[in-house]
Write a protein that binds this ligand. Structure first.
Ligand code: FES
Length: 138
């Protein structure tokens, strides 16, 4: 994501990612998940676009460059925000969701939501620190 109205915030020492390649860092009201892989640093909003729950709890797969939402089994590219899997629930969990949606219109709406990408942010390394750029137009 690029734009002219980007506010840059210094996040953490670049070297701290050597031991901890996934870090959750608060910037104003947002929790930003920063991931280091072979391509560099990537930053996403830690709120899952489905129900706003914490993505970092599902963890990242740095081989296929995705973050997993453990709550309803969705996967997103942490590089682009693209949806890779959406509400991929299976087995008993799928049955329970189907059952809830029969009786609760909110549950039905929740499970029929259109796939929505996760918000991504620009990153840069400067002064040996990782920075995140948040577009102030949104
Ligand atoms: S909250 Fe993430 S998939 Fe439902």
């Amino acid at each position: 994501m690029s734009g002219n109205n980007i506010e840059w915030t210094k996040l953490a020492d670049e070297k701290s990612f050597d031991d901890k390649p996934e870090q959750l860092i608060k910037v104003k009201r947002d929790d930003i998940l920063v991931v280091k892989d072979d391509d560099g640093f990537h930053a996403i909003n830690n709120r899952c676009p489905h129900l706003g729950l914490a993505l970092n709890l599902g963890g990242c797969n740095r081989d296929d460059k995705t973050v997993h939402c453990k709550f309803h089994s969705s996967d997103f590219s942490y590089k682009t925000g693209e949806v890779k899997e959406w509400l991929n629930v299976k087995g008993f969990e799928k049955f329970m969701m189907w059952l809830f949606s029969k009786f609760d219109p909110d549950a039905k709406k929740m499970m029929s939501m259109e796939p929505t990408p996760v918000e991504t942010f620009d990153t840069k390394v400067e002064d040996d620190h990782v920075w995140v750029g948040i577009n102030q137009d949104y």
